[in-house]
Design a protein around this ligand. Sequence first.
Ligand SMILES: [Fe+2]
Ligand SMILES: [Fe+2]
Length: 329
Amino acid sequence: MYSQGLINADGSTHEDEAFLEAFQERIDREEKIEPNDPMPEGYRRTLVRQISQHAHSEIIGMQPEGNWITRAPSLKRKAALLAKVQDEGGHGLYLYAAAETLGVTREELVEQLLQGKAKYSSIFTYPTLSWADIGAIGWLVDGAAIMNQVPLCRCSFGPYARAMIRVCKEESFHQRQGYEIMLTLCNGTPEQKAMAQDALDRWWWPSLMMFGPHDSESQHGDQNMAWKIKRFTNDALRQKFVDATVPQAEFLGLKVPDPDLAWNEEKGGYDIGPIDWDEFRSVLKSGGFCGRDRIRNRRRAEEDGAWVREAAAAFAEKQATRQADAAAA
Ligand SMILES: [Fe+2]
Ligand SMILES: [Fe+2]
């Protein structure tokens, strides 16, 4: 599956068992791998794939919530939501920068997204139907993101690990602002509480799907664990999320939409009912309910922003000419 070539500084590659062993030893010693260090081609490719998908998810993830900025119910909510959506844009940018250290350009990655060729998390193709969805996304989607991302702060690749430290601090604010929206709705009128329940009903299962397929079905799991790109399996992270979130739902007085949900004393965690992977696969296949809109909006934003990039480039060129003239004078 993975080509295990070694890339030399001049771009040539070759297979070398001793190198691969030495690389694994560095990983086992918990040394951080930095961009200029030699690394197996499979390691580099896995990281480019994972970091770029992560970056695209942050950028596309701005849309479902951006949809509610103009309709936030108060100035305070609007300010918090605006800050959150801007944070997500920032996360995308750190991550594109981390991917660039592996030899791809941001332009290439953005182009793949605009052409609809790049993958991003399917959760962001679901529509946001009510204000309560903004609460549910912060609470559940950012909550699931935290579970996935906290272990990435210890990822073996230095730039990714360091980007994740700041990202996780911001995600924790996102999760709290979402939960606080849910709490306010749940302490409000019966209609508001019903809205919160409806949002939980629609976002619960897609949030569990964010952890990816079960370990038994996961393709790259073992190698990524060995390289310490991943620290916990999909199922272990999903379990942590369920165990942390169910008591929060109880505190809100909401019902998790899973008739099979039950505390398992023996494992010290909750058992959940079967996940509808057909839905997951059909979202991946069709591009999801809002998938086409998400890409169309991104393309429009790229076109609308073209003048800014052109103006910045023209200004930089003018500055350079002036500096050159001044130096010559
Ligand atoms: Fe984020
Ligand atoms: Fe977030």
